[in-house]
Design a protein around this ligand. Sequence first.
Ligand code: HEM
Length: 365
Amino acid sequence: MDPIPLPAPVWLFKALHLLLLSLHFVAVHLLIGGLAVAFVWNLVGFLKRDAVYRAASNEIAGYLPVVVTYVINLGVPPLLFTQVLYGPALYTSSILIGAYWISVIFLVIAMYAVLYVMAQRAAGGRAWWGWALLSLLIALSVAKIYVTNMTLMIRPEVWLELYRAHPGGTALPPHDPTALPRWVFMMLGGLTITGAALMVVGRRRIFSAERQRFFVTHGGRLTLLFAPLWGGAGWWVWQNQPGAVAQRILAGAIFSKVGLAWLAVAALLALLGLLAQGRKGPLPVALTVVVGLLAIVADALAVIFRDGLRDTTLALKGFNLWNQPVEVNLQVLLIFGALLVVGLALTVWLIAVMARAKPVTEITK
Ligand code: HEM
């Protein structure tokens, strides 16, 4: 337990952490799914000389650099909250895999640069699927490093041995049955959420009717296919939890219900995908809003459930998050609150600007 008291109550940090991490997950899912879809569409567009696929992939390439700004800016605050709430656990695991952990900075910079190359080639009408694949592989590696660290932080029993064997930060933790399912869960979530996003994007009036239909039907198919797989991956994560953790979650009042609610939302998304995949035009406004909201809710529920798994695991190993010393620092808290409101307002404004922006193909016409 960290002897330095927290400057605000645990519940406040927790609430902010869950809110911002949910948004980070949405952005990560859009990035991973967007890259995968853009790669396939661009490849198909050039292999089959299909102008529709090429143009649609170029639109996605135009969105992706902006998505990364959200991945990063919505990742930093929850990282700070995780450090505050779980300091002794997260700092230890980050140091143990230090070489990989620090490499995230350089990997994200490289991935970002590649995205700009892609967007530039898209604007020039050239093929870029190879660059998309490179960027996707980098993103998948970053995700793997995150999963490795977030899994290692809840395994204090392996820390000492790991440090003794590799004190230089080049260690990789011993096998953990939950690590692969967690990573697969995040990747399949990417394709599900991106499918939902395409259904939403297909409503934009700046696109021709043909392009709208393309986005809506392909988004629908993607969600219809991947939401059930995402559900399966969630079940896989759950099945691999240690018995004591699963028992405590099932005995508790909240997290088992959150897990079931997440499954229900994933099923609803699949249903909406079924509805969208055969459409001749965009979804009605109300349904488009529902799809967008359900995608965000699905990620928020996944984040809450994941948090329950972590807190339960750590509590069973003697780290009870809620027992930390707290000494409220009102001044700091007020400044933080004000900056958060300004930051969120700016984010909403940026999204609004982005929504009004013209697509790449129209700019280069
Ligand atoms: C390509 C870029 C990125 C990808 C693909 C990515 C992916 C992921 C994934 C897969 C997880 C979940 C790990 C798990 O559940 O085991 C995660 C969690 C997280 N990521 Fe990202 N991430 C990226 C960039 C960032 C950046 C730049 C930051 C912040 C500086 C960040 C902050 C976080 C935080 C704080 C968590 C969760 C911490 C917690 O468990 O409380 N991520 N990320």
